[in-house]
Design a protein around this ligand. Structure first.
Ligand code: ZN
Length: 145
């Protein structure tokens, strides 16, 4: 198979098919524990089903616990070195909300939960997105943007 292709001007970011069966977007996640539980279960499933490394992330409305978007580590599956769980969750959240800023006027505050400590790229993306809080199930330095 030829690996080199003509220049590409579009990148498709997708989640594995099992994610839509695993995630109930109508279920509220009122506590940090519930939100951490979701990202940990997504991380486990991503590894168990062979779709990526055991890493996941999710964006919630801070006050209501409404689940906005999720992401799972997808670097190899998508041949994309930036397809980290947090980056996917942020991009899917911004697409769903049809806004590039999760802290825009008129928007509720949003929080990013991750199963693993975010790398520098994901931490910077979280900062740029406007999330009000980043919580890692793995602990680490708190982020309060
Ligand atoms: Zn990352």
């Amino acid at each position: 198979m030829r690996r080199d292709r003509p220049p590409q001007h579009e990148v498709a970011l997708t989640l594995p098919g099992w994610v839509s069966q695993h995630v109930d977007y109508d279920e509220p996640y009122p506590s940090d524990e519930a939100r951490i539980g979701l990202v940990l279960s997504l991380a486990r499933e991503n590894e168990r089903l062979g779709t990526g490394a055991p890493s996941a992330a999710a964006v919630f409305e801070a006050g209501t616990g409404r689940l906005v978007a999720v992401g799972v580590e997808s670097v190899r599956r998508l041949n994309n070195s930036t397809a980290h769980a947090a980056l996917l969750a942020l991009q899917f959240a911004e697409r769903r909300l049809v806004h590039h800023a999760l802290a825009a006027v008129g928007q509720p505050a949003h929080e990013l939960f991750t199963s693993a400590a975010p790398c520098p790229m994901c931490r910077a993306a979280a900062d740029g997105s406007g999330v009000s809080r980043l919580v890692s199930a793995a602990g680490g330095a708190p982020y309060d943007g």
